[in-house]
Design a protein around this ligand. Structure first.
Ligand SMILES: [Zn+2]
Length: 323
């Protein structure tokens, strides 16, 4: 058992039900210990029934209820990408100001759960979606200037089975975007959707794939794939980091290629592509669920800073901390 287990703090809730609620109540268990390969924790509970989890659970059934809650929300539309082998759906949610044509808008694709068990990314997607659908002037600007395409739950079968790989095929989506060897219907469906997206006249300018690490790494740790455009990468990540001041961060790791969603988007379309490792269990910066979701709003503000700086030819000095 790795040393990072010394840092883990499980969470508990008395009120985790199948009923949808935006107001989930999870609390941290503070008394933990690890002896050899045994991790244990102690807490006095005041109810007879309690739910305990290592990370805030973002289940497939919760995801479907959240999409139901968003159904018919102005500025958003939903689409089924694929029915999985075990009969679950991979859903797409698009957010933009549909009164304006997409021709001049940036195309920004955001996904989570290339690894089924990495739940923090789905919460950050939810934070982004809620912010983009809000009345904030920054959200309004972003809806006018960009089309956001979310796939917040890429691997529902793996997630349902508590695994990183598909339980039927045994393949991991996180390494299945290699141009010469795509083995899963999920990766092919995603790529075909991007082809249709581009063929309809849209651009694919930025893509994020959210993961979460399994140790005590900082709250936010980017991997950048577009090495041909390092200067642009730096401006973009500076904008994101600027908007995420309250979180711990690790310097970006630059990679030239990878057989994942971000690596493929860079290789094939020249997209500014990132994996963001998100960790609510970071050392010295344990996040509540609301703080974890708020990272999504911060990312939106970061994109806003980036688009403003591009629009004003880098004269924009990040003076607006717009909410
Ligand atoms: Zn991962």
């Amino acid at each position: 058992m790795s040393n990072h287990w010394n840092n883990y703090k499980p969470v508990f809730s008395y009120y985790f039900t199948n009923k949808f609620s935006m107001d989930q109540q999870w609390q941290k268990i503070n008394i933990t210990k690890r002896i050899g390969n045994v991790f244990s924790f102690t807490h006095t509970y005041v109810e007879n029934k309690v739910w305990i989890a290592l990370r805030y659970p973002y289940t497939f059934s919760y995801h479907k209820k959240y999409l139901g809650y968003l159904d018919n929300t102005p500025h958003s539309k939903q689409e089924l990408l694929l029915a999985t082998k075990q009969g679950r759906s991979i859903d797409i949610l698009e957010i933009t100001n549909s009164d304006l044509p997409n021709d001049d808008k940036k195309g920004i694709w955001i996904c989570a759960r290339e690894h089924g068990v990495e739940q923090d990314g789905s919460w950050v997607c939810q934070g982004m979606i809620d912010f983009l659908l809000s009345d904030s002037p920054v959200a309004s600007y972003l809806r006018d200037k960009a089309v956001f395409v979310f796939i917040p739950f890429l691997t529902p079968d793996a997630a349902f089975n508590g695994s990183c790989v598909n339980p039927v095929t045994g393949y991991s989506l996180a390494i299945d975007f290699c141009p010469t060897k795509m083995r899963t219907s999920e990766s092919r469906a995603i790529l075909n959707q991007i082809y249709r997206w581009i063929a309809s006249g849209n651009s694919l300018d930025i893509c994020f794939s959210f993961h979460n690490p399994h140790g005590s790494e900082p709250n936010i740790w980017p991997f950048a794939y577009n090495n041909k455009n390092k200067k642009e990468n730096k401006i973009f990540l500076k904008s994101i980091f600027y908007a995420c001041t309250d979180y711990t961060k690790r310097r970006p790791t630059y990679r030239s290629s990878a057989p994942n969603f971000a690596g493929r988007c860079t290789a094939e379309f020249g997209t500014l592509s990132y994996i963001f490792e998100i960790n609510h269990q970071a050392k010295k910066s344990f996040l509540t669920l609301d703080e974890l979701r708020e990272i999504g709003a911060c990312f939106c503000r970061g994109i806003y800073h980036y688009l403003r700086s591009k629009e004003e030819n880098n004269a924009y000095k990040f003076s607006l901390r717009g909410r």
